[in-house]
Design a protein. Structure first.
Length: 330
């Protein structure tokens, strides 16, 4: 009686000396099952936990906003309380022309997602988003709006939280000059953006040309010093032991006349935030390198995505009955 072909080949292979064994080809009836390629393991994200985080001067809606860096920062840092200390959305520039790329929308969605998951989000409007000040004391979803706020650290220190524009002499006495300065500042930020694109292509990290130029001007340094002292005096008048603000785009922590002055910086120049550790320590965090860089989409993939989106919109439009389609843009 003949043995099956598979069993015969196994016996022959086993009887051969080790030195003379050769691989026996599989039978045509049973080809070897191909092994499916395993996807690479996702990198572990290091997430830092803080009692509180302060960010300001994001200027969403402008080309100078470094939204990718802020989104990366929010992804890797969690807190019990997140303070948005003004100029989050730049209403001044949006009135001149609409600019809202996907990255800016992603930042808003990320903040709202944090609020839904339990982070207390407190929004203190600034001069560029001053329209939100009329909603003082109200909450939109899980985001509270306050004209200002008092934060108590883990060590019991009372710190007044405000944007700072109300104590800016230019904003209060020469508002037209503030608008002119904002336009010139936008030009400088555009130069800063192209400058950093060249740096990154050459393998260097982010560096703020605009901040460097600003700090070389003696009048600007004098203005910053007078602003800091005005903020400290107001905090003392309110019975607080220090102040946390933004507005001037210069991150700083220092003692002035026994009062603590903290500025969380911005996300168009310094790319910085103020954080309070679980032990109550305050420090500035700079986020000038992306931990998870956005995946660049090729032109072909981008065109394919746009065609798919257009096709989906056409399909939805065809599925809506004619009598219920809107007659005006919504």
């Amino acid at each position: 009686m003949a043995l099956p072909a598979k069993l015969s080949s196994s016996i022959v292979t086993a009887l051969l000396p080790t030195s003379s064994r050769k691989a026996v080809p599989p039978t045509a009836q049973e080809p070897p099952a191909p092994t499916a390629p395993q996807p690479p393991a996702a990198p572990a994200h290091t997430v830092h936990q803080y009692r509180a985080i302060w960010v300001s001067d994001v200027h969403l809606g402008t080309a100078g906003c470094q939204a990718h860096f802020l989104l990366d920062f929010l992804k890797h840092n969690e807190s019990d309380t997140l303070y948005l200390v003004g100029d989050i959305i730049d209403g001044w520039q949006l009135r001149k022309g609409w600019y809202w790329p996907q990255a800016h929308n992603d930042v808003v969605q990320k903040i709202m997602r944090k609020a839904r998951k339990g982070t207390r989000v407190i929004y203190v409007p600034g001069n560029h988003d001053e329209a939100a000040r009329q909603f003082n004391g109200l909450a939109f979803g899980d985001i509270e709006v306050h004209e200002d706020f008092v934060h108590v650290t883990a060590t019991g220190r009372r710190l007044w939280v405000t944007h700072g524009d109300l104590f800016d002499s230019v904003m209060q006495h020469a508002r037209w000059l503030a608008y002119v300065g904002d336009s010139l500042y936008t030009v400088i930020l555009a130069l800063n953006r192209y400058f950093n694109q060249i740096r990154i292509r050459c393998g260097f990290s982010y560096w703020s040309l605009s901040q460097f130029l600003k700090h070389q001007v003696k009048n600007a340094v004098s203005y910053i010093n007078s602003f800091e002292r005005a903020m400290i005096e107001e905090a003392r008048h309110r019975g607080c032991e220090g102040v946390i603000c933004g507005h001037i785009h210069k991150a700083e922590i220092r003692e002035i006349d026994g009062q603590l002055y903290c500025n969380d910086g911005d996300w168009v120049e310094s790319l910085s935030a103020l954080v309070e550790t679980l032990e109550g320590e305050l420090k500035i965090v700079y986020w000038t390198e992306l931990r998870d860089p956005p995946v660049a989409m090729s032109r072909r993939a981008r065109r394919s995505s746009q065609r798919s989106s257009q096709h989906a919109n056409q399909s939805i439009d065809q599925a809506i009955p004619q009598d219920v389609r809107p007659t005006e843009p919504v």
